[in-house]
Design a protein around this ligand. Structure first.
Ligand SMILES: Cc1cc2nc3c(=O)[nH]c(=O)nc-3n(C[C@H](O)[C@H](O)[C@H](O)COP(=O)(O)OP(=O)(O)OC[C@H]3O[C@@H](n4cnc5c(N)ncnc54)[C@H](O)[C@@H]3O)c2cc1C
Length: 266
């Protein structure tokens, strides 16, 4: 039997959790599936560093900053290669995102914000993270999502993968096929379909195909297999930005895991 929702979301990482929680709070009935046994995705290994200009934390410390200064710094550091439309969108919402996370309980290290040196440094302290890095963010988002699960607005299914998209003659996506832990394929329909299955840095075959032949030596999350990208491209979408490939982190190849490296440094 086909189940119907307002919003279907594949992937319960940073993007999928936020999409599900906000859609639910705006009245939608949401199905959120994740192939892993727990939510969080790449947040388990992420540094959890977030940058934002014009926050109340900066004001409290007398740091003069704004979304516009943040944007100008991004263009300077990227030597004008950043997509200005995307950069403007990101900086415009960055301070509000930090404030929202703080309001729902995010704990930050006491000396935040700081200047970091993982990339060419910003001109002012503008970067924030918690004591458990990406996990600090997850520990904030989990109870926030749980409220929508408890209210029945979000149906969360773990160990459940998106395995196919159904399309009509005009190639509109009209259904999703999911596979649960019992191995059974089920049809789902929704008014909106969100692919939030993350990246592909655990897929040694897909990685060189999308990065001009560069081989994969990654520190990615095991579930970052690019499955949503493959399905999205198959449905008529496209991937862009491969020409911007820029390897910046280094480490030592892991002899036990081909395609992975151990540790890392900037
Ligand atoms: C080592 C490392 C450090 C990083 N540090 C930072 C940092 O300091 N600051 C920063 O801003 N960014 C950082 N990043 C990047 C950042 O963590 C990611 O960009 C972000 O977490 C991606 O979120 P996402 O929701 O798009 O994808 P993910 O978090 O990868 O979530 C995707 C989810 O989809 C699920 N999934 C995959 N395929 C399927 C399928 N077919 N069906 C159902 N579910 C599926 C996965 O299990 C996963 O839970 C770092 C990344 C790495 C690897």
């Amino acid at each position: 039997m086909t189940q119907t929702f307002d919003v279907f979301i594949a992937g319960a990482g940073t993007a999928g959790i936020a999409a599900a929680g906000f859609a639910a709070r705006r009245g939608a009935k949401v199905l959120l599936v994740d192939g892993a046994e727990r939510i969080g995705g790449t947040l388990f290994i992420s540094g959890g560093n977030m940058s934002a200009g014009g926050t109340r934390l900066q004001r409290q410390r007398g740091i003069n900053d704004s979304a516009e200064d943040h944007f100008q710094d991004i263009m300077r550091i990227s030597k004008n290669t950043a997509d200005p439309a995307i950069a403007r969108l990101a900086v415009a919402h960055a301070a509000d995102t930090i404030h929202w996370l703080l309001d729902i309980g995010l704990e930050l290290l006491p000396d935040m914000p700081v200047i970091t040196y993982g990339h060419e440094p910003y001109s002012v302290p503008r970067t924030y993270w918690g004591p458990e890095l990406g996990v600090s963010i997850l520990k904030t988002l989990s109870p926030w999502l749980q409220q929508s699960i408890a209210s029945g607005a979000v149906d969360l299914r773990l160990r459940t993968k998106l395995v196919g998209l159904r399309q009509d003659r005009e190639r509109n996506v009209v259904g999703a096929v999911i596979k649960g832990p019992d191995g059974v394929h089920r049809d789902v329909t929704a008014s909106n379909y969100v692919l939030a299955t993350g990246g592909y840095t655990a897929n040694t075959h897909l990685y060189p195909m999308l990065n001009h032949g560069h081989p994969l030596y990654a520190l990615g999350y095991d579930h970052s297999q690019g499955e949503g990208i493959v399905l999205g491209v198959g449905a008529g979408g496209y991937v862009r930005g491969g020409e911007m490939f820029l390897p910046t982190f280094g480490g030592v190849r892991d002899p036990d895991r081909p395609g992975y490296y151990k540790g890392g440094c900037a």
